[in-house]
Design a protein around this ligand. Structure first.
Ligand code: NZQ
Ligand code: ZN
Length: 380
């Protein structure tokens, strides 16, 4: 089947050491800027000081405390500030959570209703303030995509919205800011980027040599970073993770091809209820999902085996290789390894998937609630 797609990625990328200074090309002194960040890592590693000095002479205020898996409750405080101060530009400095949070703030600042409406899908974003991003943790691709994932603490819901209006206008990708990342966050980034690529590649065969080849390059790159995990403090290793994670979810490899995203939908529920990190949730769900859906994915699993792992005619061996890769960087593939996961996983997650309309997911819409239950049972 021939490809048909629309693709646009408007985010200007400033890549490399020293690029934080480039943000001034996009801002002007008439802007009233809200700088948003997380729990303080940027204060410890000098990024806050660098941003402050670059913004000297600009009109800016700040909002801190956006948590990992950003909450609706915290973000609404930033929205109130943004509205009261008549902010007209949001600058996110952080990982996926801060950037996703900034997208919510950008859209909610110009919305009169309860902005959870964007997350439950009842309202489409029609306006948003412009935003820019200074990335400090390569993983999600949020720095140059239009997605935002927000959690509501009150109900343990973790939902997403997507809009072309919340692509960052610019993103700074300076790998030197990664030196303070923990092993856990580096491994999370590697696993998240790997799964993003799989969600757009590991579906049904397509005719594009470019899309498959591009995705395989990303997958091989991430595998190689896992194999050279001992070098993770080297600048070149960090630079490669930042490059690969960005390309894994900037929209291109998914354009015009069948996508899956079921691992993410089930994983979001696990994070919503049990607080496991985003990438950790993916590492427990994905291998079992691949086993259960092996027949649907057999051609692409075989292609991945051959072109990424060097495995021929053995799809189970490909799945084992993926598991070994995650485990090799310290991310477990067994849900029981997480302390706060109780024996009520099925009775908690399955009704929530149902409530969120996730009753027929996957590239063939055949991952029903029964199939999700089977996947979760196998992950325990
Ligand atoms: O809050 P601070 O103090 O900054 O600490 C953060 C946070 O605790 C820390 N960190 C970030 N940069 C650092 C650093 N620590 C030291 N040095 C640095 N340079 O890392 C911790 C985790 O940060 P977070 O932003 O939560 O991680 P990540 O980038 O993995 O983002 C995860 C969020 O993104 C969503 C996930 O669901 C989750 O909510 N996703 C967003 C997507 C998108 N927008 O397209 C797609 C993904 O599939 C994902 O769902
Ligand atoms: Zn992800």
């Amino acid at each position: 089947m021939s490809l048909v797609y629309d693709y646009s990625n408007p985010t200007a990328i400033h890549f490399g050491k020293g690029q934080i200074a480039s943000i001034v090309k996009h801002l002007n002194k008439d802007n009233k800027i809200l700088v948003v960040y997380g729990g303080g890592s940027i204060k410890k590693n000098g990024v806050y000081d660098e941003v402050s000095s670059v913004l000297d002479g600009f009109n800016w205020i700040e909002f801190s405390g956006i948590e990992a898996n950003p909450s609706y409750e915290t973000l609404n405080k930033a929205v109130a500030l943004s509205k009261a101060e008549k902010i007209d530009y949001i600058l996110a400095v952080g990982g996926g959570s801060v950037i996703d949070g900034a997208k919510y703030i950008a859209a909610a600042s110009l919305y009169d209703g309860d902005a959870w409406d964007f997350l439950d899908g009842s309202v489409t974003v029609e306006k948003a303030l412009p935003l820019g991003a200074i990335l400090t943790l390569p993983a999600t691709g949020s720095e140059s995509n239009g997605n935002s994932v927000v959690s509501k603490k009150e109900t343990n819901e973790k939902r997403f919205f997507a809009s072309p209006l919340v692509y960052p206008v610019f993103a700074v990708l300076d790998p030197s800011v990664m030196s303070t990342l923990s092993d856990r966050q580096l491994a999370n980034g590697l696993v998240d980027a790997f799964v993003h690529t799989c969600e757009q590649y590991l579906t049904c065969p397509n005719t594009s040599l470019l899309h498959d080849g591009y995705a395989e390059t990303i997958l091989r790159g991430l595998l190689s970073l896992a194999q050279t995990w001992d070098n993770r403090k080297d600048a070149i290793w960090e630079e490669n993770l930042m490059l690969l994670a960005n390309q894994a979810l900037n929209g291109f490899i998914g354009s015009g091809v069948t996508q899956d995203w079921a691992t993410h939908m089930i994983g979001h529920e696990l994070t919503g209820f049990y607080g496991v990190d985003h990438a950790q949730s993916l590492a427990v769900v994905q291998p079992q999902l691949l086993r259960v859906m092996m027949e649907d994915k057999k051609e692409k699993l075989a292609l991945m085996g051959e072109n990424v792992f060097g495995i021929k005619d053995d799809n189970e061996a490909v799945i084992i290789a993926i598991e070994k890769m995650y485990e090799s960087v310290g991310v477990t593939t067994n849900l029981n390894d997480y302390e706060n996961v109780d024996d009520k996983v099925i009775e908690t997650i399955i009704p929530s998937l149902k409530a969120h309309g996730m009753t027929a997911i996957g590239e063939n819409q055949n991952i029903t609630l029964e199939v999700s239950e089977k996947i979760l049972k196998m992950a325990m």
